[in-house]
Design a protein around this ligand. Structure first.
Ligand code: FAD
Length: 432
């Protein structure tokens, strides 16, 4: 199937790239520059850190190998999902109640950072409130009830269980047994969000270079980051390349695995039709291990994501898994044309908990939001900025969490993880 492409060079052929508000290409780094902080990667993590530091009057240079938002940040489902890829009860069981309380205290902050920045810098990114978590089975509903009770202990005021009869208020399908809404969730055009935040960094004096892949990081009290045609000497280097970082810094990228997910977007649908499918305009994510996620776009398309590729390979058939899933959810869309389809990589850690830390006194990193990164990258980017500014208390909470390498090393980590995912996927299919 031939999909539409965009006139936005250097990006994947996504609907986001085609509908970006700002298609300006920033220059590549030429020559030697100095800054207080050099950040590698212009996704949500890097740009969030850059904005925090620029607001604190640090001089910042961001080096982006491709384009701002080229990676997961400019390709994702756009769903503002609060919390982490593991629930707070699991975190308490693994790392202790005190750590769960500290992480719980921060767990709504990422969404607030997004809403605050959208308002403060007047970022046009189609921000819409409300998310619906869809359950197929009674077991998934019971899990949501437990999650809700745990969240509420940590102060979440916006969760409400949804009965089977009430599902139609949020999504018109007979697939679900019920679910839960999060009024503090929501959705955005993620590429326009990161572009707006990048413009905010520039308005405060920060410099962003595109087409500027960092090819070496020389440690020291004044570390130096080198690109093909230039270098940046800084007091601190922040590494935010996430799933796209390899081959730079093998000591970091060996701690996470790139995993791909696919997204497709229909043609603009009749207004009454799309409104009947998703009446509340909430985004939807189901509770399966390999989940579907979908939402309306501002121009009345249905954006539908799912599928998974361990190791980060793009499948040849981008819609092969997700179009049949979309039709199971919405058989009414049998004849809807698919205009755009693409794949993107997020970074999975073995623990499914983001990984941040120091490689030296002057080189810090953050990655591994494990599929739920729109809010956590905003939080962790801000925390990276705080740490550079001398307030490392929250950074140290995250850095203290153990991060384990994937079993099987680089050869066997993909098949072993696939085996585990196959098992959990089978349990979902059998409704266990
Ligand atoms: C298809 C898909 C759907 C998703 N849907 C959702 C969702 O709906 N909700 C949600 O919460 N999360 C979602 N996620 C996860 C979320 O998008 C990510 O967790 C988040 O965007 C990661 O941001 P990041 O800045 O850490 O990494 P990225 O956005 O990947 O940015 C890393 C950047 O670093 C650059 N880079 C890498 N190496 C170098 C180098 N050596 N020199 C210079 N630059 C370099 C890359 O080019 C890239 O632009 C999804 C992810 C994918 C892939």
């Amino acid at each position: 199937m031939a999909f539409r492409t965009s006139d936005n060079p250097g990006h994947t052929g996504s609907w986001y790239a085609a509908s970006a508000n700002d298609k300006r290409v920033r220059p590549a780094l030429e020559g030697e520059l100095t800054a207080d902080v050099c950040i590698i990667g212009a996704g949500f993590s890097g740009i969030s850190a850059a904005l925090e530091l620029s607001e604190r009057s640090y001089s910042v240079i961001v080096l982006e190998a491709e384009r701002i938002g080229f990676g997961a940040s400019g390709r994702n489902g756009g769903q503002i999902v609060n919390g982490y890829s593991r629930d707070l009860e699991t975190i308490a069981g693994r790392y202790g109640r005190d750590k769960a309380i500290e992480l719980g205290r921060m767990s709504l902050e990422g969404g607030n950072i997004i809403r605050d920045r959208v308002a403060k810098y007047a970022i046009d990114c189609d921000l819409v409130p409300g998310g619906f978590f869809a359950a197929f089975t009674d077991k998934q509903i019971r899990q949501m009830e437990e999650d809700k009770a745990e969240w509420e202990k940590h102060g979440h005021p916006g969760l409400e269980m949804v009965s089977k009869a009430e599902v139609a208020k949020y999504v018109k399908t007979d697939r679900y047994a019920g679910g839960m809404i999060d009024t503090l969730g929501g959705h955005i055009h993620p590429l326009n969000l990161v572009l707006g935040e990048a413009a905010a960094v520039e308005s405060l004096g920060g410099r962003i270079f595109e087409g500027s892949r960092a090819i070496a990081v020389e440690p020291g009290t004044q570390p130096v980051v080198r690109t093909a045609n230039g270098a940046v000497k800084a007091s601190y280097v922040l590494i935010c390349g996430n799933a796209y970082l390899a081959p730079l810094m093998p000591e970091i990228h060996g701690r996470m695995m790139p995993v791909s997910s696919q997204v497709m977007v229909t043609e603009p649908l009749d207004g009454a039709l799309i409104e009947s499918l998703l009446p509340a305009n909430y985004c939807v994510e189901d509770a399966n291990y390999i989940l579907d996620y979908y939402r309306r776009t501002a121009d009345n398309r249905l954006l539908y994501g799912g599928g998974i590729g361990y190791g980060g390979n793009d499948p040849k058939d981008l819609t092969g898994v997700i179009r049949p899933n979309m039709l199971k959810t919405f058989p009414q869309l049998q004849n809807a044309r698919i205009d755009y389809a693409w794949s993107g990589n997020f970074a999975l850690t073995l623990t499914r908990i983001p990984h941040m830390g120091r490689l030296s006194d002057t080189i810090y990193f953050s990655h591994g939001d494990s599929g739920h990164g729109v809010t956590t990258t905003h939080l962790l980017g801000k925390i990276l900025g705080e740490a550079v500014a001398g307030h490392a208390e929250r950074f140290d909470v995250w850095a203290s969490l153990p991060n384990l390498p994937f079993p099987g090393g680089s050869t066997f980590r993909v098949p072993l993880t696939m085996l585990g995912a196959w098992w959990y996927g089978l349990r979902d299919k059998l409704g266990l």
